[in-house]
Each structure stands twice: as structure tokens, then as C-alpha cells.
Ligand binder design. Structure first.
Ligand code: S3P
Length: 452
């Protein structure tokens, strides 16, 4: 793994085994949907009202960029957000660098959103984001006539995007299983002359497509014979402001969910969670492992399926997770690996090459973290095998590599391991789940704050 970027101020924290977890876990709004609501609101005509927005560092950085690009973004302090957009193709020339902090989604989607507007914008981020490849988004965007200047073949930040003034519609087959790349192309197509055709063989989260429909975009999605999809986007058509209700984030819910499964005697409920079929791979996998998870009151909210989860401590067994399921649980492998550590038998996870380019190299970070806590694990270029045991030693110090999900996953491990588990830095948890510690303490989790 490359050298870990050093953040400004590190905040270590530990978690130890305590009483059973009980209560209601009200997790915050979905990060993917929050990011899209701000960006599409910024591109629409009129005032978009957003409720349930995730007020985390990643999303607030996107809100800042949307403002710098000319939209008016306000919050009344009680969670009601309003965005008055500039209209498609009307982003303002920014007068400062767009700093996305830790956010791959915010930055990559915004590269697409400005790619066909004749402005020049410089993007940067923290040490983790500056080490992530942007060529996967920028190279396809050049088909619209967009130009860019960036660092090296991977097109690292800081980088500058020079939007195309007279973009024409394109046809493009998205080569990587990435919703960020697909979304960037769809957003760029909004201001290209004609109808763009974006195809993808592997289905990834479809929040951009759904939200574009809600904003009145000329978008249609057709299934392809090979299991993929063809998305047609009519360019130069206005987006019309609308009301967005952001459902609660299943990727954040994953942490209290797995904690309740592995801490003996636990029973918690997690209400109103997004259950979009392209986001529930973790729940499917845990059910196969024997988890006692009940899904109640399935309903629709803001065009997305949601439901309430009731989760009880369970005896888990190891499973083989099919590689095809990876896109629907791509952010959940760190916490699945923790569940697997407590399962009886072997859990095999395959098709995970994308995990190497997340906020950290997650395959390596998971494997090293499990090893440090006495869990048998083997790592391949694109997979992990974890041999579980009902008793996990713990006692390790885990390097989080500026990755929020590695931090929360290993704190969860500590909640059920014999000895406390420490993580070297929890600062990044604020990028996606600022209320994490308070919420988990409210359920009964026992955190250990090290002496300064
Ligand atoms: C996201 C897509 C996924 C995911 C990320 C959020 C999105 O990334 O890991 O946390 O909101 O589109 P990739 O598209 O790179 O797989």
C-alpha cells in the first residue's frame, strides 16, 4: 500500500465490548442522493427544496462548490435546504479553487456537471482525494470536447477542467463499474447538442437517472440483452426545480446493523432506510449468512423504496459473495469483513478490484486491520477470504488511511472482540456520518478515548 497521507490532526479512538445494543438508530441522509440533490438543484431553474440532506463534510464541500459556481444555496438551520440554480449550461466562472475535501463523488460528478459549460475550474481535495484517479472520469469527458490539465497518467488533483462551449451529443460505453463515471457522463450530456447514449454493462446505483427524471430531464433507460442498460439523455433541455426528500443512508446504517448482529443480546431498529435494489447487497449477503434482519413497512419516499429494519444478534455463517453483487454493496465490504470475522466458517469476497481506488486501498486496509486483531484473512489482487470464529481477539491498532468506513468498521469489530480495538484516526468519519459516535453511544456502545 502506498504511504499513508498524513492528515492535519489525528484523533484516535477505541471501542470495547460492552452491554447488548438496544434502541433506535436514526442514521442520517444518503450521501449519494444528497450530493446529487445539490448538484442538480444547482443546474435547475427555480428553487429546489431538499429535506433530510446529509450535513456531512463531503456534502457541505459540494454545497460550497455549487455556490462558487453561481447557485444560491441556503439552509435554515433546521435541515431545510434550498438551492436556486443557474440553469443548464449557466454555471458561473469560479473565482476560487473548488476544494472537495475527501469527496470522490462530489468532485467527479461536478467534473461532469461543468464539462460542457465554457468555464475553467480547478479541483483539489485532501491527501486521500489527491491520490485518487480522476482519468476514469476526465478521459471519457474529452469526447464532449472537454479539456483538462492534471498530474500524471492517473490525472490526479489538483487538476483543471476546461469546459466545452459547443459540445455535441456522444455515444459512450462506460468501461468501469462506477456510478460516478456514469453520472459524470449523464450530467455532461445535459448541455450537449442532441441526444447522448450512455451504456453500461454492469448495473450501478441509479440515483442520478431517477433524480434527473424528477427534474424533468429528457432521460430514458432501456435494458440491454447482455444485462446492461442504455441511457439516453436529451441535451439542452432545462431542468426544473423540485422537492427532494433524502432517504436515510443504507451505507451508514450498515455500521449499527452489523454491530447489533455481533454484540450478544442486541436488538435495534433502524427506521426509514433507503432500500433501492442497487444498494442492498449487504442486507442480501447478511441474510444468507443467517442474520436476523426483518424489513418492515416497505414504502416509497421521494421516488425511492424505503423500509424499517429490525436487527437482532445472530449466529452468522461464512458464505461466498458473488462477484456480480459487488456494485450493490461496494462501500460495505469493510463492515462485511467484520461480520465475516465473527461468522462460523469462511467468507469469500470476489470481484473487488474497485476497492483499491476508494478513499483508501480498502482491500489492503481491511486485511491489515483484521490481521492486527488476530483474524485469519488472505488478500488477492481483487478479493478477500476471511476465516471467522465466534471469538475474535481484538487488541490491535488499525490504520485507517484517512478512510471513514475503515474507521467505523474496525470500531465495530472492537464492540464484540475480546480486547478493545483502536483506530488511529476518526476525523474522517465526519465526511459521511458526523453523528456516528453519539448514535452508537445511544445504543450502548462503549468507546475508549485514549489519553492525549
Ligand atoms: C458513489 C458511487 C460509488 C461509491 C461511492 C458513491 C456515488 O463509487 O463507492 O461511495 O454516489 O455515485 P464508484 O462509482 O467509483 O463505484
Amino acid at each position: 500500500m502506498p504511504a499513508t497521507p498524513v492528515p492535519d490532526k489525528v484523533q484516535p479512538l477505541g471501542a470495547r465490548k460492552g452491554a447488548a445494543l438496544k434502541g433506535i438508530a436514526l442514521v442520517p441522509g444518503d450521501k449519494s442522493i444528497s450530493q446529487r440533490a445539490l448538484i442538480l438543484g444547482g443546474m435547475a431553474r427555480g428553487e429546489t427544496r431538499i429535506s433530510g440532506l446529509l450535513e456531512s463534510e463531503d456534502v457541505l464541500n459540494t454545497a460550497g462548490a455549487v455556490r462558487t459556481l453561481g447557485a444560491v444555496v441556503t439552509c435554515d438551520g433546521e435541515g431545510h435546504w434550498r438551492v436556486t440554480g443557474t440553469g443548464v449550461g449557466n454555471w458561473r466562472q469560479p473565482d476560487k479553487i473548488l476544494d472537495f475535501g475527501n469527496s470522490g463523488t462530489g468532485s467527479r460528478l461536478m467534473m461532469g456537471a461543468i464539462a460542457t459549460t465554457p468555464i475553467t475550474a480547478t479541483f483539489t481535495g485532501d491527501a486521500s482525494l489527491r491520490s485518487r484517479p480522476m482519468a476514469r472520469v476526465l478521459d471519457p469527458l474529452t469526447r464532449f470536447g472537454t479539456r483538462y490539465q492534471a498530474q500524471g497518467a492517473k490525472a490526479l488533483m489538483p487538476l483543471t477542467v476546461i469546459g466545452a462551449g459547443d459540445a455535441k451529443a456522444i455515444s459512450y460505453d462506460v468501461a468501469v463499474a462506477s456510478a460516478q463515471v456514469k453520472s459524470a457522463m449523464l450530467l455532461a450530456a445535459l448541455n450537449a447538442q442532441g441526444t447522448s447514449c450512455i451504456t453500461q454493462k454492469i448495473l450501478t446505483r441509479d440515483h442520478t437517472e431517477k433524480m434527473l427524471s424528477a427534474f424533468g430531464a429528457g432521460i430514458s433507460v432501456e435494458p440491454l440483452g447482455d444485462g446492461g442498460e442504455k441511457i439516453l439523455v436529451a441535451g439542452r433541455k432545462p431542468l426544473l426545480a423540485c422537492a427532494i426528500e433524502v432517504p436515510r443512508d443504507p451505507s451508514s446504517a450498515a455500521f449499527p446493523l452489523v454491530a447489533a448482529l455481533i454484540v450478544p443480546g442486541s436488538e435495534i431498529s433502524i427506521p426509514a432506510i433507503l432500500l433501492n435494489p442497487r444498494r442492498i447487497g449487504l442486507i442480501e449477503t447478511l441474510l444468507e449468512m443467517g442474520a436476523d434482519i426483518r424489513i418492515q413497512n416497505r414504502r416509497s419516499s421521494g421516488g425511492e423504496e424505503i423500509g424499517d429494519l429490525v436487527v437482532r444478534h445472530s449466529a452468522l455463517k461464512g458464505v461466498t459473495v458473488p462477484a456480480e453483487r459487488a456494485p450493490s454493496m461496494i462501500d460495505e465490504y469493510p463492515i462485511l469483513a467484520v461480520a465475516a470475522a465473527f461468522a462460523d466458517g469462511v467468507t469469500v469476497m470476489q470481484g473487488l478490484e474497485e476497492l483499491r481506488v476508494k478513499e483508501s486501498d480498502r482491500l489492503s486496509a481491511i486485511a491489515r486491520g483484521l490481521e492486527a486483531n488476530g483474524v485469519a484473512v488472505s488478500e488477492t489482487p481483487d478479493g478477500l477470504t476471511v476465516t471467522g470464529a465466534c471469538r475474535v481477539m481484538g487488541g490491535g491498532m488499525v490504520s485507517t488511511h484517512m478512510d471513514h468506513r475503515i474507521a467505523m468498521a474496525f470500531l465495530t469489530l472492537g464492540m464484540a472482540a475480546r480486547d478493545p480495538v483502536m483506530v488511529d484516526d476518526i476525523a474522517m468519519i465526519a465526511t459521511s456520518f458526523p453523528s456516528y459516535q453519539g448514535l452508537m453511544r445511544g445504543l450502548g456502545a462503549d468507546f475508549v478515548v485514549p489519553d492525549p
